[in-house]
Design a protein around this ligand. Sequence first.
Ligand SMILES: Nc1ncnc2c1ncn2[C@@H]1O[C@H](COP(=O)(O)OP(=O)(O)OP(=O)(O)O)[C@@H](O)[C@H]1O
Ligand SMILES: CC(C)(CO)[C@@H](O)C(=O)[O-]
Ligand code: BAL
Length: 286
Amino acid sequence: MNTVTTVRELRAAVAQARAEGKDIGLVPTMGNLHAGHAALVEKAAQRVDFVVASIFVNPLQFGPKEDLEGYPRTLAADKERLIEAGCQLLFAPSVEEMYPDGMAAQTIVHVSGVSEGLCGGSRPGHFDGVSTVVTKLFQMVQPDIAIFGQKDYQQLAVIRTLVRDLNMPIQIIGEPTVRADDGLALSSRNGYLDATQRAAVPAIYQCLHQMATAIKAGARDYPALIVEGKQQLEGAGFRMDYLEVRRADNLRPVTAEDRNLVILVALFVGTTRLIDNIAFELPEGA
Ligand SMILES: Nc1ncnc2c1ncn2[C@@H]1O[C@H](COP(=O)(O)OP(=O)(O)OP(=O)(O)O)[C@@H](O)[C@H]1O
Ligand SMILES: CC(C)(CO)[C@@H](O)C(=O)[O-]
Ligand code: BAL
């Protein structure tokens, strides 16, 4: 695996792969890689000849009181994981390389609709930062496919909308969330948890799973289910950001006719903000 840090080197390496007739896949990340990221790279390696991963902790998507400074940076270990997973090229640019004129001067890409509410409501500007950096990465690499995790469900929906609205010829692939044995969604931010918090957090997915089971069994009073779910999570010691049932395709509020649903949660464990979700289809007759 080669590592490049400049757009110029990135374009040259991708051009060479193209000249060799290879198709290209991109896996954008912020590093501190775990088995969830590895699954995305492995999927890309199954689908294309040349896998590019990026590691960039994008300041543009962090709020002023968020964890930009403390976000874990583990480049040496990340490279080992990428090699094992089948990555051919790592792009690990500096902030100056990505935003040479500074972030205030950067053209911003705003995806409307699906970026509003949920994480977009709690993290103002977050999805503008994501859409902008992902657009830049897409322009730099011009991949055939790009792979994202369903753990960041709203992000995936924003990127699908971005690609459709701006007619980008890139196939977006969403990969299932990789979980620890106790159900916790793998996330770089799990590393912020102490032992007591780590013991408590499997309750997040258990709650989502219970709610999904109840809905599949016929429960339709979503507001009541949400109140109950929040009480359960608050009782486990978490501070709620949101817990919502939405349409799985466009994240709009659910109507009685909708069959494809997603329950999304964001909460604080101490100062650590975690997200998770469960998407499911209502069985026939339910
Ligand atoms: N458990 C997981 N399973 C599958 N994909 C994942 C998982 N966690 C993250 N991803 C995906 O990896 C890509 C890079 O995400 P990122 O580097 O932010 O990792 P993260 O672990 O989600 O970190 P954070 O704690 O910052 O949310 C995104 O497409 C994200 O959805
Ligand atoms: C897609 C992404 C790499 C953009 O910075 C980031 O939001 C992430 O890691 O999910
Ligand atoms: N995984 C999404 C990146 C972020 O939380 O900023």
